[in-house]
Design a binder for this molecule. Structure first.
Ligand SMILES: [Zn+2]
Length: 402
């Protein structure tokens, strides 16, 4: 009787077990509430883009599997993407098909469950396919020999990079406190040939669009004073004729001036001040003759007074040289940033150390006649991007603003 008793139980089991099995599969799949996973790469939030860019989209749904994957720009119709659950899909966005400005990309992954669980990805970004425009009034820049050329460039949008080139030298342009206004200072040599020079500026915006513009720089003649015969003692004559001494000095000075070119920050403030009290004995650029037979321009401004007269920093800066040199005697060089340096020479005493930060008007030493000096005076120099220029010009106006 045992076999007869089992049959009625077995039949329902044959029906129930598959039903349970089906239920175990269908219920978690059909009534699944877990959305797919979705990762999108290739775009960064609020960044600017140009040309074509590729988005890498990876969407996965464990169960019941991915139903659809779409990508949408702004409110345009969603574009269905061919998706295989385990692989990444690449989608190329042609930014030129859209206007410059803010946009939004939306990616949606939907699973096959009854609830159609979704995972969304949205990201705001910018499209910019227009090169930046540069404005400079006027198109022709005029500057004299031995003077400082200031270049202010107004861009119509923020820039990622801007670089100029004049006299085959790079002219770094630095941002100013005004929006999209860039600035550069260039020294024009005392002996620069009088003619027009092309100044090429290359600018790249945040999206990578590039623009190039060439301006003209008209270098005009500066009438430098002539005359003056400087009698040096036999010992000083010897030092002057010993080229190795001059080279040694220039190597140290060159290294100090290079530090100002590396300093992107503006350390100075407003106009520069005359660094000492005294008589102006030799202006910048004066063509002079030495008892050694050497004839050359004077690359500084001489102010004479008694030994011990205080010498003050022309403006705020960092000491890049505080040393005893052969020709320049006890010398101090200050880095004011953005390629601007001032030098103070023939001092009897130096009161600062290299690396020290000094304020405008701070005493840095005392006047003297050390090095190749015929009497107590300050040889005050100014160097802009490696070129000696007239320092007085910087006391007459504020070069910081246009
Ligand atoms: Zn001098």
């Amino acid at each position: 009787m045992k076999s007869l008793g089992k049959a009625p139980i077995l039949i329902p089991l044959l029906v129930i077990i598959p039903l349970i099995g089906l239920g175990l599969y269908v219920v978690p799949n059909l009534f699944d509430t877990i959305p797919p996973t979705l990762t999108v790469s290739g775009l960064e939030k609020a960044k600017q883009y140009r040309g074509s860019l590729t988005l890498t989209i990876a969407a996965l749904d464990e169960k019941p599997g991915l139903g659809s994957l779409t990508v949408q720009i702004d409110d345009t119709p969603p574009i269905p993407l061919n998706s295989t659950p385990t692989e990444s899909t690449f989608w190329v966005l042609q930014t030129t098909e859209f206007a410059d400005g803010p946009h939004k990309v939306s990616v949606t992954a939907t699973d096959r469950s009854l609830y159609k669980n979704q995972k969304h990805y949205t990201l705001p970004f910018y499209i910019d396919n227009t090169p930046p425009k540069l404005h400079i009034p006027p198109e022709i820049l005029r500057v004299g020999q031995g003077r400082t050329l200031t270049l202010f460039l107004q861009a119509d949008e923020p820039l990622a990079a801007i670089e100029g080139k004049l006299f085959d030298k790079s002219a770094t342009l630095y941002p100013t406190s005004s929006e999209n206004l860039y600035r550069s200072f260039l020294g024009v040599g005392v002996t620069s040939t009088v003619k027009n020079y092309p100044l090429t500026v290359n600018a790249i915006d945040l999206a990578g669009n590039e623009t190039e513009h060439t301006f003209q720089v008209e270098v005009n003649k500066t009438k430098f004073a002539r005359g003056g015969y400087i009698v040096l003692s036999p010992q000083k004559q010897q030092i002057m004729m010993d080229r190795s001494k001059g080279r040694e000095d220039n190597a140290k000075r060159g290294a100090a001036y290079a530090k100002a070119n590396e300093e992107a920050k503006q350390l100075w403030e407003g106009r520069f001040i005359r660094p000492t009290e005294g008589r102006l004995t030799s202006p910048f650029g004066k063509y002079r003759e030495y008892s050694t037979g050497v004839r050359r321009h004077h690359y500084g401004t001489d102010i004479a007074n008694v030994v011990g007269t205080p010498i003050y920093a022309s403006n705020r800066g960092i000491v890049t040289l505080a040393d005893r040199l052969h020709i320049y005697g006890n010398a101090v060089i200050l880095n004011h940033g953005q390629g601007i340096s001032t030098s103070y020479n023939h001092l009897s005493e130096i009161h600062v150390k290299a690396g020290e930060r000094v304020e405008k008007g701070q005493q840095i030493g005392l006047m003297g006649a050390t090095g190749q000096a015929t009497g107590s005076h300050l040889h005050w120099g100014m160097v802009v991007k490696g070129v000696a220029v007239a320092p007085e010009e910087w006391t007459e106006r504020d070069f910081s603003s246009p």
